[in-house]
Ligand binder design. Structure first.
Ligand code: GUN
Length: 303
């Protein structure tokens, strides 16, 4: 029998938040185009024929067009050499119509991802992957922050308002999510623990947290009894489970066991429809900001 006293966490609707953010970006992009007589521009480079990357790149290009951002797609064969790719990046660095450059990862085997990222002009690096931007974030200078953690911060600030003094536990220490997430939360005055695969007593560490950000890439690893009652849970994981008879493509799950955690948490992001839609919205936001800086204009407030 269901327990009538059991509460279910608020579902943080990243999809709805992203729709609103994209509409605001669209309005600001139109103002920009009016002011400087060109649209903001994002160049997206895809090398090879990885199926998932093709879907992502298509979605990014469509989102740009919808928001009034020009998208310049460069699809190159898997056999492209490092030198050819670097030549394209250098051309895009010099192109005055291009405000942001995104080279879709992973690159085919044999191409040096770090060398390619290092070749991107840091002021066009809307992914925030360049070491200059990682350094700027580390020391609190203006730069570009990777899209996924910035999207998570926006959802957290929308839900909580001020994060000052809250205990935050980030699980996963990747350069793209975990590390920048810990820095953003620290800058927002949370008390941050960056946990990872070698953390001892991980469940106990997570139980201290008012805010949990899970970014480990392990399906449903974070269990309901790891969550402090009332905590806010942000699930960055997107994992596909093996196919079953009723789900022949396999079910998509996060890094958090959603149903269990939702019985304890105060608020939680679903998978899909939580963090995922925020990533593209923030990419558009970073491109719009890059365009303003590029044109010597102040980026719009509150984006
Ligand atoms: N591959 C998967 N996600 C991303 C992303 O956010 N940026 C880039 N460049 N490649 C990716």
């Amino acid at each position: 029998m269901p327990d009538p006293l059991k509460t279910i966490a608020l579902r943080i609707d990243g999809k709805a938040f992203a729709v609103t953010l994209r509409a605001r970006i669209g309005a600001a992009a139109a103002d920009f185009a009016h002011a400087v007589a060109r649209r903001p521009g994002l160049a997206v480079v895809l090398v090879g024929d990885d199926a998932a990357s093709q879907v992502y790149v298509g979605a990014k290009a469509r989102a740009c067009e919808e928001a009034g951002i020009a998208s310049f797609e460069h699809r190159l064969p898997a056999a492209t050499s490092g030198a050819e790719l670097l030549t394209l990046v250098e051309r895009l660095n010099r192109d005055p119509e291009v405000d942001g450059i995104l080279v879709q990862l992973p690159l085919p085997e044999g191409l040096d991802e770090q060398a390619v990222i290092a070749a991107i002009d840091p002021d066009k690096d809307v992914d925030g992957f360049h070491v200059i931007n990682a350094g700027r974030l580390a020391v609190g200078q203006q730069g570009f922050v990777p899209c996924t953690p910035l999207g998570c911060l926006m959802l957290l600030q929308d839900h909580h308002g001020d994060l000052s003094g809250l205990e935050a536990v980030v699980i996963g220490r990747s350069n793209i999510v975990g590390k920048p997430m810990a820095q953003l939360l620290t800058d927002a005055n949370a008390t941050v623990t960056l946990a990872h695969s070698r953390t001892k007593n991980l469940a106990e560490v997570v139980r201290r947290a008012d805010i949990v950000v899970a970014a480990v890439g392990r399906p449903e690893m974070v269990r309901g009894d790891w969550i402090k009652p009332g905590a806010t849970v942000i699930d960055v994981g997107i994992n596909r489970l093996p196919p079953t008879d009723d789900k022949p493509k396999g079910r998509l799950v996060g890094d958090v066991a959603y149903a269990e955690a939702a019985e304890v948490a105060g608020a939680i992001t679903p998978v899909p429809g939580g963090v995922g839609p925020m990533t593209i919205a923030v990419l558009l936001r970073n491109t719009l900001v890059a365009a303003h800086r590029h044109a010597g204009l102040e980026p719009p407030e509150g984006l």
